[in-house]
Structures are given as structure tokens and as C-alpha cells.
Design a protein around this ligand. Structure first.
Ligand SMILES: [Zn+2]
Length: 45
């Protein structure tokens, strides 16, 4: 899985978020918070 915010490879999917029916994984709570702030910027089509 790839962190959509920083582009890093996520090996341990600790931080998971479902947005518009899609699953996203993040490397840190900071990246997850950043995604939540502006999901339209980071969401995958
Ligand atoms: Zn990240």
C-alpha cells in the first residue's frame, strides 16, 4: 500500500481510513490528519 499523502510505502497498515468507499493507509497519524483536511487533493480515482 502507498501512503497517498507522502508517497511512502506503508508496510504496517496501522493508520487506516475509508473515504468514499475506498481504503487508504498512512504511515503516520500526521499523514492521516493531512488527508482528512483535504481528501480531494489526495484521493485516488
Ligand atoms: Zn506518510
Amino acid at each position: 500500500m502507498k501512503d497517498p499523502v507522502c508517497g511512502d510505502e506503508v508496510r504496517t497498515p496501522k493508520y487506516r481510513l475509508v473515504f468514499e468507499g475506498k481504503e487508504y493507509f498512512f504511515c503516520s497519524p500526521m499523514c492521516m490528519a493531512e488527508f482528512k483536511k483535504s481528501p480531494a487533493k489526495y484521493k485516488q480515482i
